[in-house]
Design a protein around this ligand. Sequence first.
Ligand code: NAG
Ligand code: NAG
Length: 498
Amino acid sequence: METSRRALALFLTMSLACLVLSIDPHLHGKNTFPIETRFLEQNYLDQMRQMQGFKASFLQRDSLISSPSPAPAPAPYVSAPAPLVTPRPNVYNVTSYGADPTGKTDSTDAILSAISDALQGPSNGFLITGIVNLGGAQISLEGGNYLISRPLQLLAGRGNLVIHGGTLKASDTFPGDRYLIELSATNKNGAFNHEFVTLRDLLLDSSFRGGGIQVVNSLRTSIDNCYITHFTTYGILVQDGHETYIRNCYLGQRITAGGDPKERDFSGTGIGLMGNDNAVTDVVIFSAATGIMISGQANTISGVHCYNKATGFGGTGIYLKLPGLTQIRIVHSYFDFTGIVAEDPVQLDVVNCFFLGDAFVLLKSIKGLVKGVNIVDNMFAGSGKGIDIVQLDQKNGPFKQIHHVVVDRNNVEGMNLKATVARRAVQGSGTSWTVDFNPILLFPDFVNYVQYTLSTSGRAFPNHALRNVSNNNVLIESDVPVQATVFVLVDQGQTHTS
Ligand SMILES: *[C@@H]1O[C@H](CO)[C@@H](O)[C@H](O)[C@H]1NC(C)=O
Ligand SMILES: *[C@@H]1O[C@H](CO)[C@@H](O)[C@H](O)[C@H]1NC(C)=O
């Protein structure tokens, strides 16, 4: 419920933003309209004029909008004092604060004071309610390697800020339950903690003490081109908030390129998504017990390569812990000896992925519900041990509610094809033909749609009928003996509408 309120507020804010932004560019473009659209153009310009009027009134009211709200933004940083010297770019070099780029001495205090200055530097008004716009201020690590013994926790209520370009390494006294960079300080009055913070071109080494990055209740956070290693908890943990985009990153507990003799001991989780509307794109997770653990809806996973810990050693590529409401799309990803586990999935897409090394998708029953699942157009390759490409874990009880599950059009080498749609033909002479679909159908004893054709080249036109469907076997009978081929299609994905 809270999520939908937030989404509504977000939508309203976005709509106003679009309205304001869309005025000027279109006026400049008016000469490019073809003649036939003159009338429309005039109309359009009138509308634009009206909107400009509206914009003016909106902007005048800007201060009114932000001040009486129940969540006033912190006042001291609204307007920076007029600069006494020539304005300088807002780049905060950590070495200017005494940080040691050789990584020999502890730089925690120096980096924290650079961050503190950046977060209290000149502002350009506000982003979303409660977030001061720092105008793109940059904290530069200047290509250095810094030892830190406490988390770099950012002051809440700040946005439009970049931390980039260097290495942070946890010292051997770093607290094991914290993260090197934390966007976790609580903002006032339930406002988001941060908006549009970019963390890029960073190597984060947790030294087997805690995690890399924690993002809590923040909006539009960008984590780009980061290499995160030696974590014991999460490489990146996202909790609540919206739209953390993690792209082009490499995460691994141990630095390895596969086939590591210690693979059995890998622990921790590459990425934890405990919130909605995030995306992980073009990311490699090269060692961890779990690659990505997801417990928030509407997250998108695309172009991810998991070779974090083989299923055979107890690892999982992506674990979907959202029984009853999943709403996750996993596309164009690569599961390398480690697969996907989904608890009671409801609305899940696994499309255009590559599963290598006997990796498979496991649907795990919690209350026995599976609905709106598409596992289609994937490639599976294995070692010829007869491993099923999609499997059921029914230890907590069987799947009882099965609706619109489509496992089809997957191509398989060296593994056992499973599907919810199957076609077979049987030949024989006599009055009955039985087709056993158990080797291929995913769900046991569950066929709710059958179609068949009886083909015979003899002179007779026998009467024939579908007589029995039970235990995934289909029985066709004819009234007289005949030499025939019977073609049968069954589908477990159909739901009866009557
Ligand atoms: C930060 O470092 C860069 C590169 O060394 C330099 O060009 C810039 O002037 C420095 N900025 C400040 C504010 O010290
Ligand atoms: C269908 O086949 C099953 C298994 O052989 C049998 O137990 C069941 O009684 C049959 N049903 C009908 C309606 O003949």
